[in-house]
Structures are given as C-alpha cells and as structure tokens.
Design a protein around this ligand. Sequence first.
Ligand code: PPS
Length: 358
Amino acid sequence: MSGADNQRLPLKEKFELMPETLGSQFRNDFPPYIDGLVKSFPNQYVTTPEFAKKAEDVYNLNPRPDDVYISTFPKCGTTWVQELVWMVVNDCDFEKGKKEQLSIRSPFLEMNYMLPIKLAETFEMEEICRKAISLVLGDRLRDLKQIDQMAGPRIIKSHLPLYLLNPQVLSTSKVVYVARNPKDVIVSYYHFHQLLQFHQYVSNLDTFAENFMTDRVYSAPFFPHLLDAWNKRHHPNLHFVFYEDLKRNLRGEIVKISQFLGKKLSDDQLTKLTEHLRFDNFAKNKMVNYEKQEVAGLETIGKEIGLMNISGHFIRKGKTGDWKNHFSPELNERIDEWMWKNLEGTDLRFITELEQQD
Ligand code: PPS
C-alpha cells in the first residue's frame, strides 16, 4: 500500500482542533463529539480527530487503473450511484447484488477511521451492541490494508474532497463525482444526523443549517468540495453527475456513466437496472438500505443493534425540493444568500426543485 515503503507521500494538509466545537453549545447539539472536530489547513476540511490521525495513510492508498471512486459530499446520492456503478462494472449481476451488502461489495474508504472513538465507551452501550458495532464497522467494513488487498475492480466510496485522496487517483483511476443541490443536502444531512447514533444530533433544523453554513459539520465546507470536482469535470477520468439529473432521467444517466466506464449495457439490462435503482425498489433493498445487517452469522437490523434510531430511514425520501417542506422563509433567505455568495464567479448552478417525480 504505502506505509512501510519509502515512497510514502507526505500530506500537506495539517489538522487543528476547532475550539468552538468543544464549547457547550456545540456539545449540546452533538453529544457524541466528545473530542470536538478538527479542521485542515490550508483547505479547511472539517473532520473527526480520529480521521486526522489516519489521513496520511488514506492519502497513500495506491490507486489502480481499474478502480472507480464514487466521490461525494455526504447525502448527495452516494449509495445510489455506488450501486449503479457496481452493477455496470459487474455486468448487472443482480444475483450477486442480492447476496452481499453494498458496503462489502464497495468499501467506504475512510469509514473505519472517522468515528468518534470514545462513543461506545461513553454511551455505555450494552456489551452486545458494542460487539455488533465493532463487527459491522470494524471487521466487516474493510480497513485500509484490506482495501489495498481487495481484488479488483474496486468500487470505492469516499466523502473526502479530491485533494485528500492519493494525488494519482485522477490520472490512474476513474472518478464518478455526484453533486446535489445544497438545500436538499442540508435537509437530508439533518435527518441523517438524527438517524445515526454516531452523530445523534439533538437540536433543530435551523441550528443545524447554521452549523452547516458555518462549516461545523463533518465533511464541510460544502462548496469547495463540489467546486474542486466541478473545475475538473472535463478531465477524461472524471464524470460529474447531478442527483437531480439522476432523478430526471435515470436511464439516460446510467447510459452516460456506462459509456464513461467503457461498458455497454443491453436494452434489457438497462431496463432492469433502471427499475432496480428506482427509489421505491431501492428503499426496500436490504442490501443497500443499511437497515438489515448480518452480524456474526445472525441477521439483525441496524436499528436493533443501536446503529440507527428506530424512526427514520437511510434511504429516506429521495426527492428534489424536499427542503420546501422544512425551511421557514427566513431560513430559506439565509441559505439563498449563502449560496449566492459561494457561487459568485462560478458557473455551477443547481436545480432546487423538480416538477415531476416518481
Ligand atoms: S451518505 O450517507 O452520505 O452515503 O448518503 P447518500 O447515499 O449520499 O445520500 C442519501 C440520500 O440519497 C437518497 N437516495 C435516493 N434518491 C433517489 N433514488 C434513489 N434510488 C436513492 N437512493 C438514495 C436518500 O434517500 C437520501 O436522500 P434524502 O433526501 O434524505 O431522502
């Protein structure tokens, strides 16, 4: 991989604790973030102290020519496109897709290294829950060494901005970058922060949106993440796709992604894959919805083992424009201002509502 060899690449980004994330307000909103969050310099990437310790190892994972990276800011449609790409690369092997969790077929690069480490201890979870968490997240999700040794073609999910991936990724592998309008990302991320025990966000959407816009959430800041990829969208190894275009014309976007990956699906495969990826089918698919996990030979539900709260779903609503059901006019105005400030001088624009949706 890297570690031991002498060609190890030094990571230029340096991480520093964000003191405000140790303050009582932040601690009240995000109880599990006991050690606060850190920010990188010069690029200001926000992450957990645990990931900061491993960032250089992740940076040193060697890319391969047959790798496909699914690169996204969280909640932009990662899982949807992960499954899409896995199916295209694996000639629509629906049978295999039914037997193995997507998280096993397509590893999440930084997952093992980003969780607040003290969480399990501090929350005094039942022994069985802790065991299950370490099984699900430790043993069954691959660590870097396992990802390094994994047979190809690897479909690798990552929420890291491109500059935190190995600098050879774009010249060596293929990258599918998925973007989504920030209003729906805020709503989706807010629900996700309530759904997962790791985040356990307890305050309201208004406060969450402020945290989002002031870069006090994991993976912030939003715009530099997208703009970096947007500016590289003409690179032959990068395919930039909007969530809203997937919603609008799923079949057409599957064709484009297949072409990018050098694959040609038959009409029949295309029809089946489009159906497979439609929200209603996807939400029910226990190989992608994270509600059921196999732990130590037993099929248990993510909710039962304490990973997810009982109410709520990972594949939640799947709409463009859901923000309209959540934002007050004042909050919407603040978000508009924030968006315009960040988009000024760029040609990146978002669709914030679709008229017709399935
Ligand atoms: S994560 O946790 O960052 O990996 O989440 P991510 O997969 O990027 O995004 C989750 C949101 O994508 C929606 N989703 C879909 N929308 C439409 N069709 C399909 N098939 C689909 N699959 C996932 C999911 O519902 C989340 O969005 P919200 O708005 O919360 O529903």
